[in-house]
Design a binder for this molecule. Structure first.
Ligand code: BES
Ligand code: MN
Ligand code: ZN
Length: 492
């Protein structure tokens, strides 16, 4: 969908579906007032008759009057809170999508916001509108000849606003585009989205943008580099593992890059420590960290952000097989650490540790953040609301936390203290790959911390937030692309 910014008045765009903001109490905003008058006080009447409440997230599609269609968009109480605005915009987008119309028009003129500013509201308008229209159709058969194509797209949303809001709209749109890539990669099944497919996706992204270059390390190269930990995970699969490095050079030559490292387990069966069958299909989402890195880089390219960023993706499939790694096996990671693999289902950390070592050695990062669907424990602790944030770097924690607040892509900090490290002690190797029943999200982070010493490093566990489980809403969420983009925009 396109966003076109326009000056003028909402009530003149009568060939568009007019999205009209209606509060739950108090005076109508100026633009709404105008339309109310043009249409014989219809909004006042609907409010008086309680046919419409104006609650945030409520909408009402009015049948076209003299050819003009209208959507009443409830915005709740004046002044509008950021979280209510997001709800309102998403509801309006869905309502427009379900209508017969393919173009909408909206304005924020006369609206007042509580905890956010006008630019933020415009950015979220573009981001949430576009995101609400996302559909995953890749794996449905195409309508046959003669059959009606039931899919419906929105062509444009005309936003009547000050031209100064253009940047905010473009930022929102670019984030939604990155989220869409992240979602589609996540939603694709494990037999399509293999490590090779992720590598091809990275290659084609790099072909699209001048400032993006890609380097894919194959298993023989990883062998040479001594990545015994990574290779112990891909060992059981016929799909070769790939270490995908994307280098975005938007900043000054020689400036140390900010590095994102994504877990890209394209399917996690658990390996020989096989997972139970129920719901195992959702382990196709175990590459959502990788997907968020690709999505974020796409957004950076679209925005032409003036910084250097490297994305490293550890892509492998975790399968049981005669040649799979067994519980008790001991492997040596690229940095020389020996690891006793007590549970082959704790595979994310095994691919990430070598990816982290490689990223640190190769790119000398200014900062390094890994993103991973790492532990069921994190999901149990934080549910679908917050991603888990673990770091020993207070300044980095603060940066990520404020980016989370601004982008409404929430994180909650979990502990990462020295005292937890001993849970990883092994009788036979330098460390074990699991820490027992307690503090699972933290022991996973402790494991990674052994490979990031002296670095400005943070770990994001997105096990609960990367996708919606089960039911009708099942699907990738696109998180934490908004968080990562907002965090990196702070590095400008
Ligand atoms: N990919 C899973 C974590 C996961 C599970 C994310 C369910 C979202 C939903 C990860 O590889 C895993 O299996 N972790 C184990 C670690 C354990 C063996 C220490 C877990 O959390 O059970
Ligand atoms: Mn696992
Ligand atoms: Zn996993």
């Amino acid at each position: 969908m396109d966003f076109s910014l326009s000056t003028g008045a909402l009530n003149t765009l009568t060939d568009h579906t007019l999205i009209v903001a209606v509060p739950s109490e108090g005076d109508l905003p100026s633009a709404t007032q105008q339309i109310n008058q043009d249409f014989g006080g219809i909004i006042d009447t609907l409010l008086q008759q309680k046919d419409f409440s104006g609650k945030a997230g409520s909408t009402l599609l009015l049948p076209s009057v003299n050819g003009t269609r209208m959507i009443l968009m409830g915005i709740g109480k004046d002044a509008i809170k950021g979280k209510d605005w997001i709800k309102s915009v998403k509801a309006a987008a869905t309502c427009l999508k379900n209508s017969a119309s393919d173009k909408g028009a909206i304005t924020l003129h006369g609206l007042s916001f509580d905890d956010v500013d006008e630019a933020w509201a415009h950015q979220q308008l573009a981001q949430c509108f576009e995101d609400a229209l996302y559909e995953f159709k890749e794996c449905k058969s195409k309508p046959k000849e003669g059959e009606e194509d039931e899919s419906k797209t929105i062509e444009t949303l005309t936003v009547i606003a000050d031209p100064a809001m253009e940047t905010a709209l473009q930022q929102g749109k670019a984030i939604a585009v990155g989220m869409a890539l992240c979602k589609t990669l996540g939603n694709l099944p494990g037999n399509i989205a293999t490590p090779s497919f992720l590598a091809e996706t990275a290659v084609s992204l790099a072909e699209q943008y001048d400032k993006l270059a890609v380097d894919v390390l194959e298993e023989d190269r990883m062998e040479e580099l001594g990545m015994g930990s990574f290779l112990s995970v891909s060992a059981g699969s016929i799909e070769p593992g790939k270490l995908i490095c994307l280098n975005y050079t938007g900043g000054k030559k020689g400036d140390a890059p900010h590095v994102l490292v994504g877990k890209g387990i394209t399917f996690d069966t658990g390996g020989i420590s096989l997972k139970p069958g129920a719901g195992m299909d959702e382990m196709k989402y175990d590459m959502c960290g990788a997907a968020s890195v690709l999505g974020t880089l796409k957004t950076l390219c679209a925005l032409n952000l003036p910084i250097n960023v490297v994305g490293v993706i550890a892509a492998a499939e975790n399968m049981p097989a005669g040649h799979a790694t067994k519980p008790g096996d001991i492997v040596t990671a690229m940095n020389g650490t020996t690891i006793e693999i007590l549970n082959t289902d704790a595979e994310g950390r095994l691919v990430l540790c070598d990816a982290l070592t490689y990223a640190i050695d190769t790119f000398k990062p200014a900062s390094i953040v890994d993103i991973a669907t790492l532990t069921g424990a994190c999901m149990m602790a934080l549910g679908g609301v917050n991603s888990g944030l673990m770091t020993q770097d207070e300044a980095l924690a603060e940066e990520i936390q404020s980016a989370a607040e601004l982008s409404r892509d929430a994180v909650w900090r979990l502990p990462l203290q020295e005292e937890y490290q001993e849970l990883l002690d092994s009788n036979f190797a330098d460390i074990a790959n699991i820490g027992g029943r307690l503090a699972g999200a933290t022991t996973a982070a402790c494991f990674l911390s052994r490979f990031t010493e002296g670095q400005k490093w943070a770990h994001l566990d997105i096990a609960g937030t990367a996708w919606f489980s089960g039911g009708k809403n099942k699907g990738s969420s696109g998180r934490p692309v908004p968080l990562l983009v907002t965090y990196l925009m702070g590095k400008e």
